[in-house]
Design a binder for this molecule. Structure first.
Ligand SMILES: Nc1ncnc2c1ncn2[C@@H]1O[C@H](COP(=O)(O)OP(=O)(O)OP(=O)(O)O)[C@@H](O)[C@H]1O
Ligand SMILES: [Mg+2]
Length: 268
């Protein structure tokens, strides 16, 4: 296993392994997720699914932003319920829409991400961020709100990495970006996973996400309908017909797809 591969220095000292059993979550009386069981192993796991499936709800529940039922174990220990304790346990979320402070500079946004880091250590951490994201160094003093979408997404990822998380959760990092930036953000996610931080990523860019991921799950209407190694998932009927636009002789829709678990191959 490769930790802190040259070229990427931020990240936790040990890769996280998350086990989710029978997770439920929703908003008030409305239950969105019903009995989700999944595993996020070291490497890059992607969650696919149509709009409204509950992907963001899943990340919000895992980050303590909404209450959850069921069991969530981080390296065998119960994941805390409060967000700040979850962050201290080594889990970071880059939320949908980035949530940067537009009137603050790149450096100031990064500093805000380092709230868990002792003050004396922060300048070194920011230097690491600029080494890991060289494009941001040139933009250190630029107001975040004046950056392009892709650059802002990069700041959001770098900010999340400032606390050296062991599990990084990304909610649609490529949303609204031009194809070249999509590739760049997905390759950053891959590099972070390779450098030793477990990554759980929600993506609607199915083909590209499966190309960089190790494993994937497909979520539809609050339930998992398929899972398996990314390469096999890309070839599965559920994904090909519903997400990759493959021709189908049947009128199989994703919503009616039966649970299809692609057998884990030995090397995954
Ligand atoms: N704050 C909220 N209050 C009430 N219902 C919500 C709230 N946020 C989301 N929902 C509902 O929960 C369901 C799942 O939403 P969620 O945002 O998790 O979907 P998603 O898979 O992330 O979709 P998208 O791909 O559009 O981001 C939807 O029916 C949505 O309307
Ligand atoms: Mg969402």
């Amino acid at each position: 296993m490769m930790w802190h591969r040259p070229g990427f220095t931020l990240g936790g000292a040990r890769e996280a392994h998350l086990k989710v059993r029978n997770l439920s979550a929703g908003y008030g009386p409305m239950l969105v997720l019903r009995g989700i069981t999944l595993e996020v192993k070291p490497g890059l796991t992607v969650i696919l699914g149509p709009n409204g499936a509950g992907k963001t709800t899943l990340l919000r529940a895992l980050n303590g932003l909404i209450p959850r039922g069921g069991e969530v174990l981080l390296d065998g220990d119960d994941l805390p319920e409060k967000t700040h304790e979850i962050v201290k346990a080594g889990v970071a979320l880059v939320a949908e829409g980035r949530q940067l402070f537009p009137q603050m500079t790149v450096t100031e946004n990064l500093e805000l991400g380092a709230w868990l880091v002792p003050k004396a250590e922060r300048p070194r951490r920011i230097e690491q961020a600029f080494n890991d994201f060289p494009k941001l160094r040139e933009r250190a003093q630029q107001l975040a709100g004046t950056m392009s979408g892709g650059e802002q997404q990069m700041v959001a990822v770098a900010r999340a990495m400032m606390c050296a998380p062991r599990l990084l959760m990304l909610d649609e990092p490529s949303l609204g970006l031009a194809p070249r930036m999509v590739d760049e953000l997905l390759s950053i996610a891959r590099r972070i996973a390779d450098a030793g931080t477990t990554v759980l990523m929600v993506e609607q860019n199915v083909k590209k996400a499966l190309a960089v991921a190790d494993r994937g799950y497909v979520l539809e209407r609050g339930a998992l309908v398929a899972s398996g190694p990314a390469k096999l998932l890309a070839r599965s009927t559920v994904v090909r017909e519903a997400y990759l636009g493959a021709a189908s002789s049947e009128t199989t829709t994703a919503a009616r797809a039966v649970q299809q678990t692609v057998k884990e191959s030995a090397h995954v």
